[in-house]
Design a protein around this ligand. Structure first.
Ligand code: TK8
Length: 338
């Protein structure tokens, strides 16, 4: 090939390539790594997928969510740090593991705070839920919405828990959170904090005897394979929270932020409905898987509740009495009081 032809050919290649590259860069979607702790086949996994679909749809495929489950990006606390540092864009996880970062999150750990999901939705989606969420911003996180993890119940491999004393000597895994740790110690269990990602194998190897989580998680994480007894306590309503790295968020356009906010709201509505439908059938499913299920009698539940009022006092101090009193007032209003 002579030199002129070669030069012409090269020029022609560049001419066709340059616009193609520019175009490819234009349409290259913004990638969002969205981490979560449960399996893909769980209420958390299903809602993460809905969030991803909503973001794609609402951004015209300019933003792309890669949902990464099973704690492949690390347990909740590790992902929170990755978000703060800007190494990961988004996650969903328990509010309980956020308390080390934002102490006000401990409000949601209050035993028996909500009597039903209606109260939970009203408070979490109202001004109090927003106020607690907004506290995250100083710490490098943006909270978008609360999803439902659900009312927590006890499982263990030793015996049915029918009264407080039955918890005596039970080595119980709790989340990495002092309210949970103190609550279960007060009730007589040998409480041990562990990340969720280590829980199944800890149960399987009898490193711990039991744990507490909503029915949905007991099912999706197959805890029925390694736990015989399920005791219905509904001792606390546990929220999940969808978080964004503030470092990354601040670099988004207003339109991109709106896409994420709207998609998060849509995912929340889907997630709560899906979780509640699954929870309604879960007891029968868990029974069919061989779990022995008992309801803690009301008088015994009341004894546990009384014992835990000590914990409530310390939560008030932790989150601030103004927030505590505002929450109690909102609840009594919802319950038809004054
Ligand atoms: C999942 C956890 C889980 C929580 C727990 O990452 O740790 O027990 O209930 O849902 O956030």
């Amino acid at each position: 090939m002579n030199i002129i032809r070669r030069t012409l050919l090269a020029a022609a290649c560049v001419a066709t390539l340059v616009p193609a590259i520019a175009q490819a860069q234009d349409i290259k979607p913004r990638l969002i790594r969205f981490g979560y702790g449960l399996n893909e086949q769980s209420n958390q996994g299903r809602a993460a997928k809905v969030f991803a679909d909503e973001v794609a749809k609402r951004s015209g495929n300019k933003m792309k969510v890669r949902a990464i489950g099973a704690a492949a990006l690390g347990p909740d606390t590790q992902m929170q740090q990755a978000l703060i540092g800007g190494a990961q864009e988004m996650m969903v996880g328990s509010t309980a593991t956020l308390v080390g970062i934002t102490k006000e999150m401990a409000l949601w750990d209050t035993p028996f705070l909500f009597n039903n999901v209606k109260e939970a939705d009203a408070v979490l989606d109202g001004p109090i839920g927003r106020k607690v969420m907004d506290k995250l911003e100083d710490k490098g996180l943006v909270g978008l919405v609360y999803w439902e993890n659900g009312f927590r119940n006890l499982t263990n491999s030793k015996r049915p828990i029918a009264k407080m004393e039955d918890l005596g000597g039970v080595k119980l895994r709790v989340m990495q959170n002092n309210v949970y740790l103190d609550s279960f110690k007060l009730l007589g269990a040998n409480a041990v904090p562990l990340p969720f990602s280590e829980l199944f194998s800890a149960l399987e190897t009898n490193t711990v005897d039991g744990q507490e989580n909503p029915y949905n998680t007991i099912l999706s994480s197959k805890f029925y394979e390694v736990q015989k007894y399920l005791s219905i306590t509904n001792h606390v309503y546990s929220p999940w929270i969808v978080l964004v790295s503030k470092k990354w968020w601040d670099g988004l356009s207003k339109d991109e932020q709106k896409v994420l906010r709207d998609a998060a709201a849509a995912s929340r509505d889907f997630e709560r409905k899906d979780t509640r439908e699954e929870a309604a059938k879960a007891l029968a499913d868990l029974k069919a898987k061989g779990m022995q299920i008992n309801e803690v009698p009301a008088t015994e539940a009341a004894r546990m509740r009384d014992k835990l009022t000590h914990v409530n006092a310390s939560i008030g101090t932790t989150v601030g009495m103004d927030l505590w009193n505002e929450t109690q007032a909102a609840l009594s209003k919802l319950r038809g009081g004054k």
